[in-house]
Ligand binder design. Structure first.
Ligand SMILES: Nc1ncnc2c1ncn2[C@@H]1O[C@H](COP(=O)(O)OP(=O)(O)OP(=O)(O)O)[C@@H](O)[C@H]1O
Ligand SMILES: [Mg+2]
Length: 375
């Protein structure tokens, strides 16, 4: 074996020790039996352990399963067959600290020789704050997307209300005219049919306004990317958990795993899921949670499709034929657009949004999306 080892000068040793002491990253060395040989102060801080308690012990104790049990095999495979799992390749993994908590780290391992003995050097960078920043950014992005939709909808509603009020006023006027004509002794059928035609035209005009709105929602660019529905729903549940807490409602999850990925615009699908959960919270709060305080959010794998279901303990859906109609709402502050927009989004993804009332109480809203071929 090549051993470029040359005994260091005394000054070099002092220098190397000072470097280990000062390093921001945790530095750990092990020998070829997997025992810790050195453990710098940054490693002590990261793991919450004193160097003296770790040195001489197996490194496995510092990692969670399955790596902890497999580490001896990894090492043996490398020593016998030169099959590197991690050496020379940096990896993001979890470290296990003294409290039993997982610390996300980037681990870079290299090999060196010391006085004829093979050693491994691990440099561990703590990724906790980086992960927190990423998480916060994801949350902000999702919130912004939602706020964006709400404010956009707010602005549009004023315009739409105006555009729709006109045909509605005309419809009221023409229908009243028809009633008057019919009530007269000898109804003029020609005038009656003229008024009914105008009435129909106005109704079509109101319909066209709504259609334009739906086209607008549908026409927004869809950024379809392979998405893990369990991950996406974990984010959504984290976002909605606060809304639930305000009503003392708990969001429970039951995810089927593993799931094939789904090609979708994750921000749009998040909006759909958020709306379903908010509707569920509203429904349960409306009856003072008399049937229970849990909402169950689950994922299921079907025949080449992934289904997400939000099941609540509310009063169930009463206007079954109306819920997907734009502007249909039973809430004082509702816009009645959530489900109709959600349906448009799910349809545009080649999926289906549906619901059923549960016995003895509650409703379950589900959306199915086509799964990608599992690789
Ligand atoms: N889980 C549910 N249980 C019972 N009724 C529901 C449920 N979800 C929706 N509904 C009914 O369907 C209606 C329409 O829901 P939708 O999400 O489209 O609008 P909204 O929640 O009223 O307002 P917003 O536009 O702010 O979402 C609701 O007002 C409610 O009456
Ligand atoms: Mg809603």
């Amino acid at each position: 074996m090549n051993d470029p080892y040359q005994p260091p000068e005394e000054g070099e040793v002092a220098e190397a020790l000072a470097l280990m002491e000062a390093a921001v990253d945790a530095i750990i060395t092990i020998d070829d039996s997997g025992r810790v040989r050195s453990f710098n102060p940054a490693a002590e801080r990261m793991f919450g352990r004193d160097a003296k308690d770790v040195i001489g012990r197996p490194i496995n104790a510092l990692m969670p399963d399955p790596h902890s049990t497999r580490h001896d095999d990894y090492l043996a495979r490398y020593l016998n067959h030169g099959d590197p799992r991690i050496i020379g390749i940096g990896r993001d993994v979890d470290a296990l600290n003294a409290d039993g908590d997982l610390v996300p780290i980037h681990l870079a391992v290299s090999e060196y020789w010391l006085g004829g003995e093979r050693r491994f050097l691990g440099v561990l960078r703590d990724l906790t704050s980086q992960r927190q920043a990423e998480e916060a950014e994801r949350e902000t992005r999702a919130r912004l997307a939602h706020a964006g939709r709400v404010s956009l909808m707010g602005e549009m509603t004023a315009g739409i209300a105006h555009e729709i009020n006109q045909p509605l006023a005309a419809i009221t006027m023409y229908s009243q005219a028809c009633i008057n004509l019919l009530a007269s002794d000898n109804a003029d059928l020609e005038r009656l049919s003229g008024a009914l035609e105008k009435l129909r035209d106005q109704a079509l005009r109101a319909g066209a306004v709504i259609e334009r709105l739906q086209r607008f929602v549908k026409g927004r660019s869809v950024v379809a990317e392979p998405t893990d529905m369990n991950e996406l729903m974990t984010d959504v549940v984290a976002l909605a958990a606060n809304d639930g807490r305000l009503e003392n409602i708990e969001l429970k999850t039951s995810f089927s795993s593993p799931l094939p990925t789904v090609r979708c615009d994750s921000v749009q699908i998040q909006q759909v899921a958020l709306n379903l959960i908010r509707n569920a919270i509203d429904a349960m709060a409306e009856i003072g949670c008399e049937n229970g305080r849990d909402i169950e959010i689950s994922t299921q794998l079907g025949d080449r499709q992934v289904t997400v279901t939000v099941a609540d303990a509310g009063p169930g859906v009463t206007d079954e034929d109306e819920v997907f109609r734009p502007f249909h709402t039973t809430k004082l502050t509702g816009m009645g657009m959530g489900l109709s927009i959600s349906k448009t989004i799910i349809d545009a993804h080649g999926g289906e949004l549906s619901f059923k009332n549960l016995t003895p109480f509650g409703a379950a809203f589900s959306f199915r999306l086509p799964a990608e071929k599992s690789t």
